[in-house]
Design a protein around this ligand. Sequence first.
Ligand code: 6PG
Length: 270
Amino acid sequence: MAAAGGWAAKIMAKPEIKVYPDAQELARAAAQHFAEGAVRAVQRQGHFSVALSGGSTPRAIYALLGGDAYTGLDWSRIHIFWGDERCVPPDHPDSNYRMARESLLDHIAIPKHNIHRIKGEVRPENAGREYDHELRTFFARKGWSADFLGTQTAALRGFQTFDLILLGLGDDGHTASLFPGAPALEVTDRWAIAVDHAQPPPPLVARVSLTLPVINAAAQVTFIVSGGGKTRRLNQVLAPPQSSEPPLPAQLIQPGEGRLLWLVDKDTRG
Ligand code: 6PG
């Protein structure tokens, strides 16, 4: 992968890591990080675009954002997307949308058109194509020239996509639904893509995921990692790359112009 040389050099750059005493303090810090980013973006450009992470870690963060501490957030200016989704119906226990709806969306006054759900209930290829189109349409409104939207997303360099992307880390080193060795890691001409997923970690269902160029074109990418026996994997991801090993998907998250931040709890950092 041409970028491999680049990613190795970039990984050598010291990652920005903040360690919190426990999962609760981590969630508080992550919620504050989200809120501060939202306020700054709305003041600067009138809106804030964020891609939520799935899995279980972010639930506590979203619950804080939907609670009393953040009633001052102007959700009419905030556009919510997802970094990935399992191809299940939106009311399915494995749905990332359902987790966000229960913990956050049901508790805030956000216009329906600000929620850009990945349609897990339709055929994965169709869900991927629809989400890809929704992303291109939304970011076209940011005033970018139409020709950019039709070209290889490698042309994202110099453009900013999301103001913030929240990511988790799987204990196999995946992030979003970009799994080790997956063909999706090589895709540069789509904003979103359907991926098969038949090997652990569960759930073993097809997914839709943002692609690497879109994630790496965000202004701010923030990993939130807590518990679940991830210490070894986290330290591997943050360590200088072993030339013999192919990079883990989480190591390929290297925002070009953007900022990369790791928010972790003490147990996980080890
Ligand atoms: C998903 C997620 C995935 C997740 C990691 C960590 O849909 O599963 O997007 O990338 O963030 O697997 O998950 P936990 O927070 O549950 O450990």
